[in-house]
Write a protein that binds this ligand. Structure first.
Ligand code: NAP
Length: 267
């Protein structure tokens, strides 16, 4: 019987995950289907329970349910435990394991696809929400020397205390970074300039947000202020999906060329 998976969120119609997982299944010859599951904002547990209860083999979880999923699952992998958010549910019999593949997706894109150096890199992480929390462990494991900066400084302070890293308010950050990662959702609102422009001068700048047909506001702003290189988060999206696919199917899909496929679909 064909194994069923889905991405659960609200809204979920825009999600690229079905397209990405269909490409992975095609490349690896896995017999699976992957759909979209839109749940009411207060209805995560019911929708997830019904899907998995009816034989679904796993879920990806997107906004606004990553925290609901964290509370709902039976156990957490290390990344989910550290980040407080679940983006992948792996079913093992009656046991639902909550995982977080965002951090590994980010570092795979930075290291393997973009070829940016993280070991010893002075790295500034903008934001202190779920995505930032999910990224810290992976960035540290890759050897980055990390500072977290956030609009609400108290959130940066508590993250810094938890992980033993430096912190700042957005308006306090000085220049001198090898890598700047934007894990805020400011690009969603069209805002690119979050810090003093000298912060991005000569650094490699990564926006976790992505746009298929134009530079994101943060990437455009960083380019305009002398960044050495910029990338949006489409590669991270694909790599976090590849890790979820591996957790479900025990097969690692080839990710090369999928960024180009998605961008050409959008034209
Ligand atoms: P979240 O938990 O809601 O956190 C939002 C963060 O953005 C907070 O740190 C918030 O600061 C900050 N922020 C929001 N508006 C801002 C503004 N106008 N100026 C400065 N800071 C602002 O969201 P999230 O789940 O972490 O997601 C963050 C981003 O990562 C989103 O763009 C999301 O699409 C992206 N993401 C991408 C991938 C991928 O695979 N590419 C995966 C996960 C997330 P305060 O604390 O001050 O409110």
């Amino acid at each position: 019987m064909t194994d069923r998976y889905a991405v659960i969120g609200n809204p979920v119609g825009h999600s690229l995950s079905p397209r990405i997982h269909a490409a992975f299944a095609g490349r690896t010859g896995q017999d699976m289907e992957y759909g979209r599951l839109e749940a009411p904002t207060n209805g995560f547990a019911r929708a997830a329970g019904e899907f998995l209860g009816a034989g679904g083999r796993g879920l990806n979880v997107t906004l606004p349910f990553k925290l609901d999923a964290w509370r709902w699952v039976d156990s957490h992998d290390e990344a989910a435990a550290a980040s407080g958010a679940v983006n992948t549910i792996v079913v093992d019999g009656k046991h639902n394991r909550g995982c977080n593949t965002d951090g590994i997706g980010l570092t795979r894109d930075l290291l393997d696809n973009l070829g940016w150096k993280l070991d010893g890199a002075r790295t500034l992480l903008l934001g202190a929400g779920g995505a930032a929390q999910g990224a810290i462990g992976s960035l540290m494991r890759a050897g980055a020397t990390l500072t977290v900066a956030n609009r609400t400084k108290s959130r940066a302070e508590s993250l810094a205390a938890r992980f033993g890293i430096a912190n700042a308010g957005l308006d306090e950050v000085d220049a001198g970074w090898d890598v700047v990662v934007n894990a805020t959702s400011a690009s969603v609102a069209g805002i690119g300039g979050l810090v003093d422009p000298r912060v991005v001068m000569d650094s490699r700048c990564y926006d976790m947000f992505y746009a298929l047909d134009s530079p994101t506001p943060f990437c455009a702003w960083a380019t305009g202020h002398g960044a050495k290189a910029v990338s949006d988060g489409l590669g991270m999206l694909i790599e976090q999906a590849a890790q979820a696919f591996f957790l479900w199917r025990d097969v690692r899909p080839e990710t090369a060329g999928i960024t180009a496929l998605l961008r050409s679909d959008a034209r």
